[in-house]
Write a protein that binds this ligand. Structure first.
Ligand code: DGL
Length: 268
């Protein structure tokens, strides 16, 4: 039997769990190493240099787990620093932007896209440029939704406050007649009940996780010769108990027992 593959995944906090869950469903024999940098979340309200540095520190930490591949399960880092991180990483890296765009382009019927993301992701223009270059003439309505990540990190995924934030940010997106909306932040699938209710069934809501999982499977060529089930190791930079509790909730009851780690050299 071949040695199990080792896949590292990181995000600013709980959002990347939406990608991890899909990866684990698709690749149940792989061993996963998940880092949630909750102490410094949200990333999306920070400037590009800070975000790139956080990304470098996450990659450096995860390299200690000797991964075959690293998934940047964070649109904010992917949109700002994927190229830089790819250049310095000794193992392949997969980000979120391209996989999400490819799914959105396949799903859209009228070429009218909404893109939701953190302030940093939307300011980077990564989605807007990516969609327009692959589908010239597409309409793209991109909206930063900075309150969504803190709501998720607080576990407030489906309550009155969330519904109000959804309406405040997204009414103009609905009014502009989009047919496809990209959830350009890995935290946002955790708001799916509220988002689906708001957009209704005529608008396709796109997340990147399945496309990423398929790409990883293809890149690592995980085959049927591997039979034993893999394990997940969790690392967090903040309150372990809270991470275990919310992490388990977001993963549908999977037992989470995270290790507390420090990534920075003294300053945040
Ligand atoms: N979940 C991340 C993303 O996909 C990070 C959000 C944040 O920390 O602001 O953008």
């Amino acid at each position: 039997m071949r040695k199990s593959r080792r896949i590292a995944v990181f995000d600013s906090g709980f959002g990347g769990l939406t990608v991890l869950a899909e990866l684990q469903r698709t690749l149940p024999t792989a061993n996963f190493y998940y880092l949630g940098d909750s102490a410094r979340a949200p990333y999306g309200t920070k400037g590009p240099e800070t975000i790139a540095r956080y990304g470098r520190e996450c990659v450096a930490f995860l390299m200690r787990c000797d991964p075959d591949l690293i998934v940047v399960a964070c649109n904010t880092v992917s949109s700002i620093a994927l190229e830089e991180l790819t250049a310095l990483s000794p193992v392949p890296l997969i980000g979120t932007i391209e996989p999400a765009i490819d799914v959105a382009l396949r799903r859209s019927t009228r070429g009218r896209f909404g893109v939701l993301g953190t302030r940093a992701t939307i300011s980077s223009g990564a989605y807007q440029k990516g969609i327009e270059s692959k589908r010239p003439g597409a309409y793209v309505h991109a909206v930063p939704c900075p309150l969504f990540v803190p709501l998720v990190e607080e576990g407030l995924t489906d309550c009155k406050v969330t519904a109000e934030a959804v309406r405040m940010y997204l009414q103009p997106v609905v009014d502009s007649g989009v047919d496809t909306v990209v959830l350009g932040c890995t935290h946002y699938p955790l708001l799916l009940p509220a988002l689906s209710r708001f957009f209704g069934s005529d608008v396709a809501l796109i997340q990147c996780s399945k496309a990423i999982a398929d790409r990883v499977a293809e890149m690592l060529r995980i085959g049927s010769e591997e039979v034993s089930a893999g394990e997940i190791s969790f690392f967090t930079t903040d309150d372990v108990e809270r991470f275990n509790l919310l992490g388990s909730y977001f993963l549908g009851g999977v037992r989470v027992s995270a290790e507390l780690v420090r990534l920075d050299s003294g300053h945040t």
